[in-house]
Design a protein around this ligand. Sequence first.
Ligand SMILES: *[C@@H]1O[C@H](CO)[C@@H](O)[C@H](O)[C@H]1NC(C)=O
Ligand SMILES: *[C@@H]1O[C@H](CO)[C@@H](O)[C@H](O)[C@H]1NC(C)=O
Ligand SMILES: *[C@@H]1O[C@H](CO)[C@@H](O)[C@H](O)[C@H]1NC(C)=O
Length: 259
Amino acid sequence: MARMRGELCIGLASLLSLASLLLLIFVHIGQINTSTVPRKISMVKVNMSNYGQSIQAAVVAVNQVVGLYTTNASAPLQAQAGLRQFYEFGLYSYCAYVEENAGICGNHTAGERFTPYDTITADMISNYSILTAPIIPQNTFRDSKYLGDSSKAAYWMILLGTICAALALLTGIAKNNFTFFLSGIFSAVGSLLLLIGASIWTVLIQKASVINTSVNPVNQQPVDIIISRGNGLFLTWAAFACLVVSVLPYVVSCCTYRG
Ligand SMILES: *[C@@H]1O[C@H](CO)[C@@H](O)[C@H](O)[C@H]1NC(C)=O
Ligand SMILES: *[C@@H]1O[C@H](CO)[C@@H](O)[C@H](O)[C@H]1NC(C)=O
Ligand SMILES: *[C@@H]1O[C@H](CO)[C@@H](O)[C@H](O)[C@H]1NC(C)=O
């Protein structure tokens, strides 16, 4: 009876840490390329599709904003080749889309820095990036140092949390009290790291979202840039929840397992 309870406990703990690891793998592949699954996963999204109106309202003399956006989904990024409608950021790169399914991704780096202002202005032809400077007010959306540094730091927390989840799962396979103890430690430390990483992302997205209600300081018209949370953030929180719940059965197993 006690033996069965032990097996059940460790089975539950392994299942939870496996679930956490799988969720984190999905988080890691978000926006690494534009194929179906990675394309749908991101940490944060920037919707630029109405920004043309903001430019239009700022330049009264112009009745049509021409050449702000590109329609070429494969035009290079950060080369003044034209703004895209949607920008989505993952942990390793960001992708920019002219429509929901058609886009291109930037270079890969460990810990993509979320710097929305720099990213969008680097795509605009210089006339429009010069116009954009006074339109977008001085707030967190423009604070590329804060947003970039925080998103990079959050990446390392999530990466280390992922490694801990994997180690918890692996050490739990060798069935004895000491390895269960190790698994418990790994899942506890991993949970803490994921909690920090997910919290940093949550706060920085919240702060950058100030742009959603910002107005052009010159004419008080809306800036028309919309930031929203990507599903990668939700997946990270879910991975945290699974891992933190696995701590208890690992600890119970280490104290009660008689193999
Ligand atoms: C982008 O923003 C516009 C205007 O706010 C909205 O109509 C549109 O549905 C948004 N698109 C996506 C994909 O969120
Ligand atoms: C789109 O951009 C790519 C890369 O610059 C270029 O090779 C291609 O010819 C462009 N397509 C059109 C239709 O302009
Ligand atoms: C990607 O890297 C190349 C070479 O370092 C650089 O020239 C290019 O501007 C980068 N592209 C982006 C979108 O950062």
